[in-house]
Write a protein that binds this ligand. Structure first.
Ligand code: RIB
Ligand code: CA
Length: 317
């Protein structure tokens, strides 16, 4: 029996976040200690409500949710509701839940979870890195309990907000710089990989007839403004979990990554691939992924979720 992976998951659900939370909350290989939310795809009130909809949907009220930053450290906040819809998870009316977030904010909750843990914890961050930057600044002594950090963010081959900047880093570049310069063991899974691991239209068709979870996901995907039906849709955040479960399906290269925090290239993650300016490296950068394996794995993951395990809602007309 492989050892469970203790995880704190920082997220801004968000449709691809929901696709990732589905695996996080269903796959028993993950020992989910805490979910924290951040402003990103939509406001932090909405990302928090969405996280609670999903812990309820998957009968995981045992997993605490703590609300995090409502805006970036310095930059003005601008959401991605054009991609993820006004509420962040459109197309499916989740069953109402009376579950509330913790009274602690995300940074305090992460610190408490780390401090009280007997083992080191993997942190997965798939929204702006504001909460993690605040933890690094406010509670540096807690960092020793972090085993590694796996992020969806950045890119070494073009952006989705500008020609060079990816949304999570672009939203809060100052936080990304603090995280990337922290000395933590960081793996960056950026657009150069996540825009290759598309969930194909064929896979989405299979999901839609599979079970209630597949129905819920495909209803969300039908409103997802990223990608297209011809080529498939990028499940950016899901890659962090597939990487943890099947690292051999990814290629990693160690580079020094600088984060640009101002000017026209703000939010760019610049990889010193030729080691021109740095003789050391700070980030394990994903440079390739087995896209077919990603699709096959995701379908198997969803197929394992029985309808009796979920609190079904209904399709929003
Ligand atoms: O650029 C893609 C990332 O930005 C994903 O995490 C998506 O959910 C948005 O947060
Ligand atoms: Ca996200």
């Amino acid at each position: 029996m492989t050892k469970k992976i203790p995880i704190i998951f920082d997220t801004d659900p968000g449709i691809d976040d929901a696709a990732a939370l589905t695996v996080l909350l269903s796959n028993k290989q993950f020992d989910v200690r805490l979910i924290t939310t951040v402003a990103g795809n939509v406001s932090v009130d909405k990302t928090t409500a969405n996280a609670l909809k999903l812990t309820h949907f998957f009968n995981r009220r045992d997993v605490p949710v703590a609300q995090g930053a409502k805006k970036p450290l310095v930059k003005a906040f601008k959401d991605a509701s054009n991609i993820h819809g006004v509420n962040g998870m459109p197309g499916y009316q989740f069953e109402a839940t009376n579950q509330k977030p913790l009274s602690l904010n995300a940074v305090e909750a992460i610190r408490k979870t780390l401090t009280e843990s007997t083992d080191k914890i993997t942190i997965v961050a798939v929204g702006a890195f504001t909460n993690l930057a605040k933890l690094i600044q406010q509670y540096p002594e807690s960092l020793e309990k972090i085993d590694r950090v796996v992020v969806m963010g950045g890119s070494i081959a073009g952006g989705n907000m500008t020609s060079v900047a990816e949304f999570n880093v672009y939203t809060d570049p100052d936080a990304a710089k603090i995280l990337f310069d922290s000395g933590l063991d960081i793996t960056m899974i950026g657009l150069n990989v996540t825009q290759k691991a598309l969930l194909t239209n064929e896979s989405m068709n299979v999901l839609s007839h599979m079970n209630e979870t597949g129905n819920m996901l495909t209803q969300l995907f039908s409103f997802y403004g990223d990608g297209n039906l011809a080529n498939g849709k990028p499940m950016h955040d899901v890659n962090t979990l597939f990487f943890l479960l099947a690292p051999n399906k990814y290629v990693l290269n160690d580079y020094w990554i600088d984060v640009v925090t101002d000017g026209p290239a703000i939010g760019a993650t610049v990889a010193d691939i030729q080691s021109f300016d740095h003789q050391s490296t700070n980030i394990h950068v994903a440079t390739d992924v087995d896209s077919e394996a990603f699709n096959a794995w995701y379908l198997l993951e969803i197929a394992k979720i029985t309808d009796t395990a979920v609190n079904a809602g209904k399709v929003e007309k």
